[in-house]
Design a protein around this ligand. Structure first.
Ligand SMILES: Cc1cc2nc3c(=O)[nH]c(=O)nc-3n(C[C@H](O)[C@H](O)[C@H](O)COP(=O)(O)OP(=O)(O)OC[C@H]3O[C@@H](n4cnc5c(N)ncnc54)[C@H](O)[C@@H]3O)c2cc1C
Length: 445
C-alpha cells in the first residue's frame, strides 16, 4: 500500500486526504491545531467563505457536496450599500442556480474531518506541528504540542497543505532552488459581527453578499447560519483612512457613522470588536516549482496563497485536490510522474487567479458603486441570454463554470475593456446595440 504524509489538516488537507484514502493510499495527516470537532477552539481567520462551482465540483467527487450545501446560504448577488440613497442588488448570474454560497469555515472543516474519520486508511494527528522537513533524509520533524516533545518521522512522500505560512515550503526553499515571492497589499482586514435581530431574524437581506464600496477601501458582509453576518472591513494599514488612524473608540464610531452609516446600528459592539479583533494581512504568495521529484509537493495556499477578493482561494485549493487525484489515477499513483504534471497544469492557472483576485479588489471597492458597472452586469446577462454558449462573463467563467483560470483572465480582460467602453457611452441597456457589442467581443476590439 502506498503511503503519503500530509502536513496540514485544514480545508485542502482534509479533502485531499479523503480523496487519497479512497484510492487505497495510507494517509497520515499532521495538523498543528486541536481537533475542531472536539473543542470550541479559536476560529482563526475568515469565519465564512464563498463556495462556488469549483469547490462544489471537488466536494461532489467525495460525495459531500449535498451535505455541505445543506449548511450553506446561497448569495444571489452583490447588495450595494451607498453612503446615502437606496441600496441595490446586482445579481451575480442570470439564472436561479447561478449563485455562490456562504459556508462556515469551521463547519466545513468538521464535515471533511468527519468523512475522513470514516476512512480506515487515514489517520489524523491533531496538535502535531511540523517544524522542519529534511528532504535528503526524507524526515519530518513533528512537535507534539500536547506532550511538549519533538520527534522525527520518516516520510518518503510529503504533501504540504499547511497554508500560506507553510513550514514545508520553507524547508523546500532552504534545500532546493525554489523561486519565491510574497507580496503584501497595503490593505489589511478586520472582522466585525452583525448579530441576529432580537426576534432571531437576519438584520440584512440574507441571500446576498453585502458591499459598502468606498473607493480606496470597502466593507463586505456574508450571512451565517445562525442569522448573523460576518463583516470584513478592508482598509489600508496606514493613512487616512487607515487602521493606524483610530486611537480612541470615538474615532471608530465617527468614521463608521460618516462612511458606513446604515451599518452602525447593526454592529452590536463596534468599537469593542474593532479593538479586540486582530487586523489580518493580505498576501499573494508565488513560488516555483512546487515539488521536488516524487518526494514532496505543495498544494493549496502553501503553493499559491491569493488575496480573497474573488472568493477563490479555497475553491482553487479544492480544484487542486481534484486535479491531483485525477493525475494519480492517470499515472497509476507514480508520484514521479504526478508531481511535475500537477505543477505544470496548475501553475499558469493559479498565477491567473492570483491576478484576477487582485483585479477584483479594484472592481469591488471602486467600480461596483459606479452605475456603469451595474449596466455592464446587465449587458453581460443579456449577452449570455442572446448568445448562450458563445458568451460567458468573466465572473461566470470563474464562479459558475470551471473555465481554466488562465482563459478566464485572458478573455475577461478583453471583455472588461470592450464592455466598459460600450457602457460608458450609454445610460441604459435599451440604448445598447447588443449584437454590435457581441461583434466587438468576437473581434476582440
Ligand atoms: C479574509 C479571507 C477571506 C477569504 N474568503 C474566501 C472565500 O470567500 N472563498 C474562498 O474560496 N477562499 C477564501 N479565502 C481563502 C481561503 O481561506 C484559503 O484559500 C483556504 O483556506 C486554503 O486552504 P488550505 O487548506 O490550503 O490552507 P488553510 O485553510 O490555511 O489550512 C492550513 C492548515 O494547515 C495547518 N498548519 C499550518 N502550519 C502547520 C504546520 N507547521 N504543521 C501542521 N499543520 C499546520 C493549519 O492549522 C491549517 O489547518 C479567504 C481568505 C481570507 C484570509
Amino acid at each position: 500500500m502506498r503511503e503519503v504524509t500530509l502536513v496540514g489538516g485544514g480545508l485542502s488537507g482534509a479533502l485531499l486526504a479523503l480523496m487519497l484514502a479512497r484510492r487505497g493510499v495510507k494517509v497520515t495527516v499532521y495538523e498543528r491545531r486541536a481537533d475542531v470537532r472536539a473543542e470550541q477552539i479559536e476560529e482563526g481567520r475568515s469565519i465564512n467563505l464563498a463556495l462556488s462551482v469549483r469547490g462544489i465540483h471537488a466536494l461532489n467527487r467525495v460525495g459531500l457536496d449535498a451535505e455541505v450545501l445543506a449548511r450553506a446560504i446561497p448569495m444571489r448577488g452583490r447588495y450595494i450599500h451607498p453612503v446615502t440613497g437606496s441600496c441595490s442588488l446586482i445579481p451575480y448570474g442570470r439564472t436561479a442556480d447561478e449563485v455562490i454560497h456562504s459556508v462556515g469555515r469551521r463547519g466545513l472543516n468538521v464535515q471533511l474531518l468527519d468523512a475522513l474519520a470514516r476512512e480506515k486508511n487515514a489517520t489524523v494527528h491533531f496538535q502535531h506541528r511540523c517544524t522542519n522537513y529534511n528532504l535528503r533524509t526524507q524526515t519530518l520533524t513533528i512537535r507534539d504540542e500536547a506532550a511538549g516533545r519533538e520527534v522525527g518521522v520518516e516520510a518518503p512522500v510529503v504533501i504540504g497543505t499547511d497554508g500560506a505560512a507553510s513550514a514545508v515550503r520553507l524547508a523546500l526553499m532552504q534545500s532546493t532552488r525554489m523561486n519565491y515571492s510574497q507580496e503584501y497589499l497595503d490593505h489589511g482586514y478586520k472582522e466585525l459581527t452583525i448579530p441576529p435581530a432580537p426576534d432571531g431574524t437576519f438584520r440584512l437581506e440574507p441571500n446576498a453578499l453585502h458591499i459598502w464600496p468606498r473607493g480606496g477601501y470597502m466593507m463586505i458582509a456574508l450571512p451565517n447560519l445562525d442569522r448573523s453576518f460576518t463583516c470584513t472591513l478592508f482598509l489600508p494599514h496606514r493613512g487616512e483612512p487607515g487602521f493606524d488612524q483610530f486611537p480612541m473608540p470615538e474615532a471608530v464610531t465617527s468614521f463608521f457613522t460618516r462612511t458606513f452609516p446604515d451599518a452602525v446600528p447593526l454592529i452590536a459592539d463596534l468599537p469593542g470588536e474593532f479593538f479586540r479583533n486582530p487586523t489580518g494581512g493580505l498576501v499573494t504568495v508565488r513560488c516555483s516549482p512546487w515539488y521536488s521529484e516524487g518526494r514532496v509537493l505543495l498544494l493549496g495556499d502553501a503553493a499559491h496563497a491569493i488575496v480573497p477578493f474573488f472568493g477563490q482561494g479555497m475553491n482553487c485549493a479544492f480544484e487542486d485536490c481534484e486535479v491531483l487525484a485525477d493525475l494519480f489515477d492517470e499515472h497509476g499513483g507514480n508520484w514521479d510522474e504526478v508531481f511535475p504534471r500537477f505543477f505544470a497544469s496548475r501553475k499558469p492557472n493559479t498565477d491567473a487567479i492570483a491576478q484576477l483576485a487582485l483585479d477584483n479588489f479594484i472592481e469591488m471597492r471602486d467600480t461596483s458603486a459606479d452605475p456603469h458597472f451595474a449596466l455592464k452586469r446587465q449587458l453581460e446577462h443579456k449577452l449570455e441570454e442572446r448568445y448562450p454558449g458563445q458568451f460567458v462573463s468573466k465572473y461566470g467563467m470563474v464562479s459558475f463554470h470551471r473555465t481554466p483560470y488562465r482563459d478566464a483572465l485572458e478573455r475577461g480582460r478583453v471583455q472588461d475593456r470592450i464592455l466598459m467602453d460600450v457602457c460608458a457611452r450609454a445610460n441604459a441597456l435599451a440604448e445598447i446595440d447588443i449584437d454590435a457589442a457581441f461583434a466587438r467581443l468576437r473581434a476582440g476590439a
